[in-house]
Write a protein that binds this ligand. Sequence first.
Ligand code: PAF
Length: 301
Amino acid sequence: MQTLNTIEEFRKTKAALPGSWGLVPTMGYLHTGHLSLVKRAKAENDLVAVSIFVNPTQFGPNEDLAAYPRDLDQDLRLLESLEVDLVFNPTPEVMYPPNYQTYVTVEHVTKVLEGASRPGHFRGVATVVAKLFNIVGAERAYFGQKDAQQTVVIRRMVKDLNMPIDIIICPTLREADGLAMSSRNTYLDAEHRRAAPVLYRALNAAKEVFDRGERDGDHLRSIMRGVIESEPLAKLDYVSAANATTLQELDPHPAPPPSQTAATGEGVLLSMAVRVGKPRLIDNFLYENGQWLTGEVAYHR
Ligand code: PAF
């Protein structure tokens, strides 16, 4: 495994390694969820590149970029053990040199949910991901379903800008009690860690009524809200039951069958953000093509 810090070095090294490439973009501080993306990329490509870059443009002025957890040595050890071929680990100056002024703005799907709470966040994500796609030149890129809106934004960008790359979305990995794995879980103290699976419980409560045929957006949202509000240590930011492509909220009184929108047509995304002590946790369930997503989904260019 080689670790490269500049774009020139990366491109030169990659050019000498022919074959199909999978890219796993990360901000480091790798956990089992990231490693599952790497394993998937290894299984589907001749060669794998992982980027480790804490991207400053996706942090808001009130979000502590400096406090984002980092452990490069440990990350490199883990990636080496998985036999990753190249690691791209640039500095902010390499990615955003002086006089940098080009950004990618995906319009509607970035305005709601996480985008409403974190203005500018997805502009930073789309920009850095577009740059990484251009620098690495992989055939496939791997992202986790845990950041559901991020996957929607990236897929929209790839489609709209005709980027020659397949996007592979891998399922959320969970702790035994259902808590979605995330670097932010390290900020949970013991008491809040015990409370944190409330997100998973809320999603399951909505899933249960959805599976019995409920498609009223207000009802699905109120069920999730009720579960979150029953946990005194949890502070709700938002709950959403939305169209999985447009991210528009489902109506309170959806049109009746025969189309059964959610059963046969476009997907439904149940999602939420909840502050549990220090960290703000997000989680989601995705219903697509008549079933809850439990495995990998490939979106071809
Ligand atoms: O999901 C992340 O870790 C980041 O948003 C990403 C995709 C690596 C872009 O910085």
